[in-house]
Design a protein around this ligand. Sequence first.
Ligand code: ADP
Ligand code: ZN
Ligand code: ZN
Length: 759
Amino acid sequence: MFAVNVAINLPVKSLFRQFTYAVPEKLSFLDRGWRVVVPFSGQKVEGFVVERCALPTAPGMLAKIKYVEAALGECPWFDNEMLATATWLAQYYMCSLAEAMRLFVPGKTSIRRQAVRDAAGHLLYYTYGERLKEKTVQAFAVTEAGREALESGELLKRARAQHGALAVLADATEWLSAAELGAKGVSRAVLKALWERGLVAQKEKRVLRNSYARPVAVGESLQLTAEQQLAVDAINKSIDSNKQEMFLLQGITGSGKTEVYLRAAAHAVDAGKQVLMLVPEIALTAQLVKRFQAWFGDQIAVAHSKLSQNERGDVWYRMRTRQAQVLIGVRSAVFAPFADLGLVIIDEEHETSYKQEERPNYHAREVALARCRNTGAPLILGSATPDITSYYKALCGEYIHLRLTQRPNGSQLPAVHVVDMRRELQEKNFSVLSRQLQQALVTTVAEGEQAIVLLNRRGYSTFVMCRDCGHTITCPHCAVALVYHSAHEDMRCHYCGNTAPVPTECPNCHSRRIKFFGTGTQKAEAELQQLPDVRVLRMDQDSTMAKFAHEDILRQFASGASNVLIGTQMVAKGHDIPNVTLVGVLSADSALNLPDYRASERAFSLLTQAAGRAGRGTRPGQVIFQTYDVENEIIQLAAKQDYDGFAKIELEARKEFFYPPFAQMLKLTIWDKSDGEGLALAQRLVFYLQRLQLEGKLSADALQISGPFPALVSKVRDLYRFNVLIKAKDLGPVKEAILKSEFKEQKNIYFDVDPVSVV
Ligand code: ADP
Ligand code: ZN
Ligand code: ZN
């Protein structure tokens, strides 16, 4: 007999240690990577076998040891590569191995307990099954007796239909369902008769749910441009040689990156390998999914965030059993099992939706990198505005830099005008739309063309304030202003979702002079509707709550049913609508004013991506940036769509202030119901690290510890939040020191490695 070390999958606890269980004879096949059911503090829970080990020898220990109860599934869930990636993830993102491994399993806790009772209803024992339900149908095949009957022809006279059915079944290479047999002219009555006579056998056959299965036409093939060909050649060479290389595919908007992805993916599939393609959000990339489907047909599996747990289980199953070759999915698809992963593509790699904002705070790009290192698959990162860190790595030669500088269909990048909103005010235009944008909108729709208007704030107004005492209406649970929403005529908190009626008087001084300030998408929508012949559609979080709402809105807009699309940043991304010739950005500087080291990067990328939506067809596009800060360098560079120019100044600033890519960063967020206790805990943590630093026990190079500071939104859902920021050349020693301390398992301390924002 032997034992196994098991990581316990209990989401409520962050258990860092593993537990040893004896393996009973009937489970002697167990090895690393299996999912099992084990007893744990009076419960039966799921665990992951981390390794086999010897039984403890101390007699006391042996007497106390508990046994593994059951194994889940038909084979180990984790192969060596997945285990290696999970181990790396736990270390890098400072979580337990169980937390890291759980990410690979569809569904949070995936065992289901069923009580087995005697006739009197007394509980006898529990059985365990997988929570994932396989969808099955009855399937049929011919038996030996059936073959004999067919050959002897004994049924020919009395039962021709049964004879015919046996012939169909004898020809089949796999088990056929009643529906499949029906299509071949075999009725259910005939099947039943054959089964009763023992001439056919019956079993359950697994069928896979595929919510994206749609017949599509085979895609046409384009002649690649020279730049595209160069990129494809380089990547294909890497796929063939099984050399683990990383590519940064930097191509201006509309330069045909998708075509490069398609060719590289096809090359990998032809070589018998599987491809993982990550996208920021499926709903906003419907066009890309369609192009892949046109090319690969049913070799594609799609994993979006709205899949049910069972559907996700089916998608994973198709990848593992090679029933699909290409997986397109959002962030969490980076944890899918593969039979033979040969290429990973990350589209729009700069998008922050690749970062998980809850524990463990992993970034899909880093996880993909780890998986590629462990499998030898090449990785393609694609973007018009790469993450500054990726760009820097390409400059340093760590990534191979591939560039697409032209649009293949010959269309030009749009002309961008920067409009000074201060002047509009001085000249008594109080609308959120500048005169130039109004004019351009009117002309565009008059010509039968379409426009996109971006405003990165939802709701109607952005805050409500008393004119007499200056009191702002804030959420009682969060330290932010409530936003007026015209649709329901109420006030909403964008952090906790709390709603409140619109006050008729100031809660502070009882004045009735309450006023709405600022502009959100709803108010902009109302103003746009005043323009002649403008038919507006709005796309923001409030209008896209329903499943597939994004697609519906984009489809409606692409069909021409409306001619102006207003929305938050989701209107700036991905889609390719040739009739859009005008893009307006209502407050181009709003993203710049965040007190965060990545504010410029985000603003630049949002503005460039938005501008890239205009003039993708045959007619030239124009773009209008409205701003209160016309001289702003970032806005000017975005207007010229000069990524390299932007990157140059941004990298200089990052170097000077010691931010990534020149430093590694760790953000610790401490939250507590009590303001004082949260702060005290944060201070203890800082003192602990500072003491180690003073005593020379932290060998981290250029270590900087700052904080605690209250978070930018210092209270959310009644919890106070404090941040501590740590920067170093290499954070390894700091992570180690924290993981050795009492702070490691504290539930109200959040470790965010490589945070996407520091506020
Ligand atoms: P990106 O993803 O870089 O923004 P897309 O891949 O969506 O760009 O390509 C933009 C447009 O150019 C698409 O309509 C695409 O069909 C077209 N296109 C891409 N490559 C070529 C090519 N080699 N020849 C002609 N048209 C192309
Ligand atoms: Zn007041
Ligand atoms: Zn709130």
